[in-house]
Design a protein around this ligand. Structure first.
Ligand code: NAP
Length: 436
C-alpha cells in the first residue's frame, strides 16, 4: 500500500545531485533512531539523475578517493558505499586489483546513479522550485514555522508543498569571462560534451580553450585527441599549468574536523587558510593530465606538426560574433599587448560561481542575516541564521565557503555534512539543545 504524502514535510530538498542524495541516505539511515522518521521530498530540474554529465570525458578520473563517497565517512557500514556498488555490479576484485583510489568519473557516475535509483519515489525530476514563501502557524503572533514551496514542471504544471525545513543544493553556477555570451561557438566547460558531440569534430580547425584549471586541461586534451584536424590553443593566465596539491598533509584541509578549525577561526586566519591551500583545488591540474599534455606538445615538435599551442601569461578579454564567425581578443602579460584570433569554437573553462542562494530564496532572503561583508551568516550545522520570527530551517549544501571552508562545494566532506544537517533537523524538531 502506498504511504500517504504528509501535509507538511520535515525536509524539502531543492536540487538532487550528490549532496542531497547523500542527505536522502542519511535521512533513511537515521529513520531507525527516530520515534517518527523525518519525511522528505526532493525536487530536481534535470530529467533524471546527473552529475556534471558534460565533463564525463572518457579518460577523466576522480580527484578524490573512492572512500569519499556518499556515505563512508559518516557510516562505513552503509549499503550505499562505493564498495557496495562494486560488489553489486561484480567488479570488486577487479577494482581492488587495480590498486587505484581514484576511479574514473564515468564509473563514479554509475555509482551515483545506482544509489539514486533507490530514491526515485522521493524525487520529482524535471521540476523547478520557482518560489519559497514563509508560512506562519495558526497563531498570527507566532513564528513562521514552515515554508510553502512552489514547483513548476511541464508535466504537472504548478504545484505546492509545505515543509518545516528546506535544504538547498542547487550546485555551482558556470562563470564566463565578462561580456561572453554562450552560443554554438562560445561554450562553457559545463556544457562541453553535449556541444562537442553536436558539432562535426573533424571540421574544426581552430579551438581555443580558456583557463588553467582541471576542466581546461582535460578539455584541451580531449579536443586535441578527438578533433584530429584542429589546432588547439590553450589560453592560460599563468606561465604553465600548476599542479593540484594532493599530498597527504595538504589533504588534511578536507578532513571533517578541518571544518571546525575553519568555522571557528578569525577572519584573518580564514584568509590565510585560503591562501595556503587553494592550490588543492582551484586553477590547478592533476599531474597526470599536465604530463600527458606536455607529451602531446613534445611529440608534435618531434613530428614538426604543431597542433597544441599555449598562449601563456594570457587572458581572453573580448569576443565578437558575426554569423558563423567568432573572433576573440587575447591579452598577453608578456609585452602587455593584445591580439585577435579567429576561432571555430572557444571553450571557457573559467570556473564557477558559488551556489546562488538569493536566487532560490527570493523574498525569503530578507529574513536571512548577513555579516559585515554582506555574506550570509551560517551556523556550524549549515543552517542559515534568520530573524527570530522564522523558526523553520533553511540549510545550505554549498555556498558556505566563507564560513565552512574549502570543502563546502566538494565531495570530500559531503557524507559528514549531510549527517550533521540531518542531526540538526532532528534535534530542532524536538527543540533539543545543540551539543556543539
Ligand atoms: P577553476 O579551477 O576555477 O579554474 C578556472 C580557470 O579559468 C582559472 O585558471 C582562471 O584563472 C581561468 N580564467 C578565468 N577567466 C579567464 C580569462 N578571462 N582568461 C583566461 N583564463 C581565465 O575551474 P575548473 O577547472 O572548472 O575546476 C572547478 C572544480 O571542478 C575544481 O574543484 C576541479 O578540481 C573540479 N574538476 C574536477 C574534475 C575531475 O574530477 N576530473 C574535472 C574538472 C573539474 P584565474 O584564477 O587567474 O582567474
Amino acid at each position: 500500500m502506498a504511504v500517504p504524502e504528509p501535509s507538511v514535510y520535515d525536509v524539502v530538498g531543492i536540487g538532487f545531485g550528490p549532496s542531497n542524495l547523500s542527505l536522502a541516505i542519511a535521512l533513511e539511515e537515521r529513520a531507525g533512531e527516530e520515534a517518527a522518521p523525518l519525511t522528505a521530498r526532493f525536487f530536481e530540474s534535470q530529467p533524471s539523475f546527473g552529475w556534471h554529465r558534460n565533463m564525463l570525458l572518457p579518460t577523466a578520473k576522480m580527484q578524490v578517493s573512492f572512500l569519499k563517497d556518499l556515505v563512508t565517512f559518516r557510516n562505513p557500514t552503509s549499503r550505499y558505499s562505493f564498495v557496495s556498488f562494486l560488489h553489486a555490479v561484480g567488479r570488486l576484485p577487479q577494482f581492488v586489483n587495480n590498486s587505484d583510489f581514484f576511479p574514473t568519473r564515468a564509473e563514479f557516475h554509475q555509482y551515483l546513479e545506482w544509489v539514486a535509483a533507490n530514491f526515485t519515489d522521493q524525487v520529482s525530476y524535471g521540476t523547478t522550485v520557482t518560489a519559497v514563501t514563509p508560512v506562519r502557524g495558526s497563531d498570527p503572533a507566532g513564528p513562521i514555522d514552515r515554508f510553502r514551496i512552489q514547483v513548476s514542471s511541464t508535466a504537472t504544471g504548478t504545484t505546492f508543498v509545505e515543509a518545516r525545513n528546506v535544504v538547498l543544493a542547487t550546485g555551482l553556477a558556470p562563470k564566463m569571462p565578462e561580456d561572453f555570451v554562450r552560443d554554438e561557438h562560445v561554450w562553457h566547460s559545463s556544457e562541453f560534451l553535449e556541444k562537442f558531440r553536436r558539432c562535426d569534430a573533424a571540421q574544426l580547425n581552430n579551438v581555443v580553450v580558456v583557463g588553467a584549471g582541471q576542466s581546461a586541461a582535460e578539455i584541451a586534451r580531449h579536443c586535441y585527441d578527438y578533433a584530429p584536424n584542429a589546432t588547439v590553443t590553450a589560453v592560460i593566465p599563468s606561465y604553465g599549468y600548476s599542479i593540484a596539491d594532493n599530498t597527504p598533509f595538504a589533504n588534511r584541509v578536507f578532513d571533517p574536523n578541518a571544518v571546525d578549525d575553519y568555522y571557528f577561526a578569525e577572519e584573518f586566519a580564514k584568509d590565510k587558510v585560503w591562501q595556503y591551500h587553494k592550490n588543492t583545488n582551484y586553477s590547478v591540474v592533476d599531474d597526470e593530465v599536465i604530463r600527458s599534455l606536455y607529451q602531446r606538445q613534445y611529440d608534435d615538435e618531434v613530428r614538426g606538426a604543431e597542433r597544441l599551442r599555449f598562449a601563456e601569461l594570457s587572458r581572453v578579454t573580448d569576443v565578437k560574433r558575426s554569423g558563423e564567425d567568432t573572433r576573440i581578443t587575447i591579452h598577453s602579460l608578456a609585452g602587455d599587448h593584445s591580439y585577435d584570433m579567429d576561432v571555430d569554437v572557444v571553450v571557457c573553462a573559467t570556473g564557477y560561481e558559488a551556489m546562488a542562494v538569493e536566487g532560490v530564496l527570493g523574498d525569503l532572503d530578507g529574513y536571512c542575516a548577513r555579516d559585515d561583508q554582506d555574506r550570509h551568516r551560517v551556523e556550524r550545522d549549515y543552517r542559515l541564521v534568520t530573524t527570530e520570527d522564522l523558526s523553520a530551517g533553511i540549510y545550505l549544501q554549498g555556498g558556505t565557503e566563507h564560513t565552512h571552508g574549502l570543502s563546502s562545494s566538494l565531495l570530500s566532506n559531503m557524507a559528514t555534512r549531510s549527517g550533521e544537517i540531518v542531526r540538526s533537523i532532528s534535534r530542532n524538531r524536538f527543540n533539543e539543545p545543540s551539543n556543539g
